[in-house]
Design a binder for this molecule. Structure first.
Ligand code: NAP
Length: 254
């Protein structure tokens, strides 16, 4: 696969889970990585892990649901590295489990603000910079299988992730002729530290239940999502835009 030497990538939610593994994967391939996260501790940890493998990275503290924060993250990226080639918009959060009629309005608004509006804000400022540079680029938004199929009791998350896929298609059409490719990735259950804390070991009944949702009979690995993100940004994916690429061990194939 292409190397990313001389390329600059922003990874939001880069302090943990899928975002952290994506940041490290880009760094291993030679990209300079801007780790954006609401958690300073986690973001700095990712930067340290990248430095430990002689990679190049720095951290920007930002809440993706705040326009000024996102704009500042892109400004700082350009101040430091003079350009922006790729972005993985991964920052996200879940809500609580409840039915629509009983769903708490504040929690609804918070999930939509981070997962949907946050993705819009990231693309807004990333695209402005990429268009200004005039030499293409690639953006990958992290959606979910819940962007493609429904689930019970997670209405804001499912709605936001459906919205992320719509937003991805919209932007892909608008910017197609600029050479900027915009895609989404839809993971099934991925064994990030947070998810593994919840499901427990592979022998536990909760893990077994989660695994059974996937025809492959297991949860995915963060690296399996990260490798897809990096591939979508590479020249090997040069005619792919507006797609929602499913990385789900068959979850939506039933
Ligand atoms: P994670 O481990 O919780 O990582 C998400 C990171 O984003 C955390 O560092 C979190 O900080 C940060 N973040 C949260 N809100 C933010 C905000 N407003 N601004 C900036 N950063 C923020 O989650 P993950 O499991 O890797 O998930 C990453 C993405 O993949 C999410 O969009 C999620 O919906 C999607 N996804 C995950 C799975 C899965 O099974 N893991 C499946 C499908 C889709 P804090 O920890 O401080 O909140």
């Amino acid at each position: 696969m292409s190397t990313f030497k001389g390329k600059v990538v922003v990874v939001t939610g880069g302090g943990s889970g899928i975002g952290q593994t994506t940041a490290l994967t880009f760094a291993k391939k030679g990209a300079s990585v801007v780790v954006v996260d609401i958690s300073e501790k986690n973001g700095l940890d990712t930067v340290q892990q990248i430095k430990n493998i002689n990679g190049e990275a720095f951290f920007v503290l930002a809440d993706v649901s705040i326009p000024e924060d996102v704009e500042r993250a892109v400004v700082k990226t350009v101040e430091k590295y003079a350009r922006l080639d790729y972005a993985c918009n991964c920052a996200g959060r879940g809500g609580v489990q409840n039915t629509v009629a009983d769903y708490d309005i504040d929690i609804w608004n918070k999930v939509i603000a981070v997962d949907l509006t946050g993705t819009f804000l990231c693309m807004k400022y990333e695209l402005k910079q990429m268009v200004k540079q005039g030499d293409g680029g690639a953006i990958v938004n992290i959606a979910s299988v819940k962007g493609l199929v429904g689930d019970a009791k997670s209405s804001p998350y499912t709605s936001a992730k459906h919205g992320v896929i719509g937003l991805t298609k919209e932007a892909a059409i608008e910017y197609g002729k600029t050479g900027i490719r915009i895609n989404a990735v839809c993971p099934g259950w991925i064994g990030t530290p947070l998810v593994m804390n919840y499901v427990g070991t592979e022998e536990s009944p909760i893990y077994q239940k989660a695994a059974s949702l996937h025809p492959m009979g297991r949860l995915g690995k963060p690296s399996e999502v990260a490798n897809t993100v990096v591939w979508l940004c590479s020249d090997e994916a040069s005619f792919i835009t507006g797609s929602a690429v499913v990385v789900d061990g068959g979850y939506i194939a039933w």
